[in-house]
Design a protein around this ligand. Sequence first.
Ligand SMILES: Nc1ncnc2c1ncn2[C@@H]1O[C@H](COP(=O)(O)OP(=O)(O)OP(=O)(O)O)[C@@H](O)[C@H]1O
Ligand SMILES: [Mg+2]
Length: 577
Amino acid sequence: MELFKELKWYFIQEWKRYTGTFILLTIMTLLQLLPSKIIGSTIDLILSHQSSDQEILLKISQIITISIVVYILRYFWRILLFGASNQLTSQLREKFCFALLQQDAKFYSKYRNGDLISRATNDIDRIVFAAGEGILTIIDSFVLGCSIIIVMSIQTNWKLSFFSLTPMPIMAIMIKRYGKLLYTTFQQSQKHFSYLNNQAQDSLSNIHMIRNFGLEKTEIKKFSIVANNVKKKDFQVSKIDAQLDPIIHISVALSNLFAILGGSFLITKNQLTFGQLTSFILYLGSMIWPILAFAWMFNIIERGNVSWKRIKKIIFYNKKKTIPFNIVNINSLKDLTVNIKKFSFPERKNSSLHNIKLCVPRHTTLGICGPTGSGKTTLIRLIQQHFILSHGYINYHKHNIKNIHIKKWRKIISVVNQIPFLFSDSILNNIGFGKKNATFKEIKNVAKLACIHNDIKKLPQGYHTKIGEKGIKLSGGQKQRITIARAFLVPSKILILDDPLSSVDHDTEHKIINNIHKYTQKNKITTIIATHRLSILEKFNNIVVLKNGTVIQEGSHKKLLSSQNWYSEMYNYQKFK
Ligand SMILES: Nc1ncnc2c1ncn2[C@@H]1O[C@H](COP(=O)(O)OP(=O)(O)OP(=O)(O)O)[C@@H](O)[C@H]1O
Ligand SMILES: [Mg+2]
């Protein structure tokens, strides 16, 4: 029942629908009891040979009327109850999506996409099922079960009711025992389903590479191992279900047997009529559903509980505590100061960055270069607050950026990541992503600055061309330039580009870098670029060379060229290559 306690907010919000469902279900349940009574009394009437055709027809029409009313009531409670649970689906998905948008890089290195997708779909469905069907079975088994027992005891014989219902408590104990087992087994099954999703995601996103390397068979083998595990875990869940089912059916059969034995005995003693025994057995037959519903309820709720725990982990995952700091006047801010004593990625012992001291004065340009794996992207990610720096600080005008509200900080910076990310949408929407209501003219202007406008013009639907999953229909250089155009469109204070021109030819590269200089000077923007192409750093105010996670050289292009070092060697090598 922990699930229902934690979903209290939802039940309060939807109390009207649930109260309506409860009222309609109760009326319907009570109405459903009447036919058994009518049939019993009809049999007694026929056996007494005092019945007229009219009386029998009246009884039949009573049963038909009740059936029609029950049908109508059933329609309305379903609309109410499932309307409420649909509401829960969309609210939980919204909460889940909101939680995902708040999480940092540490979270995403812990949870994989396939796992998250399985939680957002499968687990949320389970929770909603518990809040819909689960509640229905609770009301149904409770109201119908209790009403039948009361009616049976009052209208027939309480001793017979007691006697025939003796197998029920034993069944309840067994169901509870299996409930616990089902919980742990279902937990395992959901976990393995997440692994299956991860594997499917991996295979699909790397499908071309798998084919290129001719690794289809290996991949199928890998997939079938994971799928087999899911099958095994699901089978264990089914086995528990299968063990539970006969217990329920045996209990019901025993109840019927006891009713017939006890009832026949009472008839011989003239304490019960034949019609009353028929009604009693019909009532007992109506008990099958509440009993099944009772068992099913445990099943649904246990599964819902497991899924809720999995969803809770994401929704309440390490809610980032930022000290809400109000930057009153962004224009008055000045330098970006970096002082990293040590930074290690979560679950890594060795530090990726250490002893880095930098100052990037407002409106200046900083170039970051160095061998591959030297820490350029890591430094940029720390500036983006993907990770919280605990040994050292990064200050923006004397304010530690970790104390600046993340949303405000994201408005100050605009970033082009090393791996360009594009949505499966039109070029127009991809460029305009960061600025709501951007005009077509603005989008065209930034596309020209990023030297992608002419390429877009040649595409079949121009700016409205859909670019496919992650921009599959574009070249590497086109993808990079679209992400650069996207960054230009956002009115930020610091423009950060991580190896943005690695797939662009030399001429285009220089055109873009000149445009970047013009754009940032005109709009008074600080620029930070990490790159392997040293020629683009020629006009930069300051350049730092990183190696093994620390700064080994720093200065202007001229200064760095004046001595023998990594920068001058690499620059000359690239120039004459
Ligand atoms: N998410 C991560 N988790 C753990 N270690 C990481 C992670 N990202 C990077 N690293 C490690 O940090 C070090 C620096 O990586 P980084 O990506 O910053 O290098 P880089 O200078 O940008 O390289 P490149 O020029 O190839 O882009 C590397 O040793 C890398 O293995
Ligand atoms: Mg990098």
